[in-house]
Ligand binder design. Sequence first.
Ligand code: NDP
Ligand code: OXD
Length: 310
Amino acid sequence: MKIVFISPDDFAPWRKPLRLNIPEADVFAWGVDSIDENEIDYALVWKPAPGLLARFRNLKGIINLGAGVDALLQDHTLPQAVPLVRLVDERLTSGMVEYMVHWVLHFHRDLHVYARQQRARVWTQHDNADTQKRRVGILGLGELGQGCAHALLMLGFESLSGWSRTPKDLPGVRSFAGEDGLKPFLRQCEILLCLLPHTAATQGLLNAETLAELPQGAFIVNAGRGGLVVDDDLIAALESGHIAAAALDVFNTEPLPDDHPYWAMDNVFVTPHIASLTTPMSSSEIIAKTIRALENGEAPDNLVDFDQGY
Ligand code: NDP
Ligand code: OXD
């Protein structure tokens, strides 16, 4: 079996975990090893150049080395008959849970206010909000959204809700779904966590009209994708104070351009797409499981639905 690794990231940390988990495979690094494209069975990819995957004529599977497949699906030459699997990994989920819980607690406990006070040498105490009553909403109740919901419930955030395409029956989480459910969902979110994939249906979902539905002084954390947000509309809402603060990990253009207003806004916290990172050791086990399923003629977990775009 022959596997190609195509990623802007270094192959070195992957070599040993892949050898341990798929000993029967020869793994080649694109751009480093010499490769006969027709002999490759599986491609492990993160943001391959558009058109590249179409050159591998005999692929049995494409495995995305991240959860979001939006960049891949923009490649109109992507072979649609080849199963495409996205990464679902407990380590990826726990990384996202840490990121989201951090920001929920940060905003819930007014740490953004105390940071401003410190710079102005101001000693003023504010009441601590009631965790049980703090209304936290999660856009996207998939693998990552549900992981975050679970962790927040454990911390006592009992006024929790979520929005997804299909309704969910999750203990402790009020479910909103579909287009009709979006505005009622937003109206009751004091802290909004965005964990939607970027698809044709979610492009620009957070815009002037939808942001206006959030309560005055709401907080936003976006670790889904930058394309969910109309930046000018979010900036206007942050400047007016309608949105009190935002923590943003993903952007319409990455890296975030030097002259982007987000860098200089004191109610915006920018991180460079690190909310959760793929870990070679744990991911290699999942890649091995996916390949075994495909080799046995079984449907692997986490197949991407090309029509839905995630
Ligand atoms: P899943 O596919 O498991 O979950 C996606 C969720 O979004 C589902 O609940 C789905 O609804 C919902 N959804 C999709 N389209 C719509 C729509 N049109 N309307 C309403 N709900 C919709 O994905 P993951 O949880 O694994 O990952 C989510 C995203 O997080 C990734 O696509 C990626 O963009 C981002 N990500 C970011 C990282 C970072 O470091 N910043 C790291 C990893 C992922 P339903 O349940 O009904 O299908
Ligand atoms: C992503 C990832 O989809 O890193 O952003 O998994």
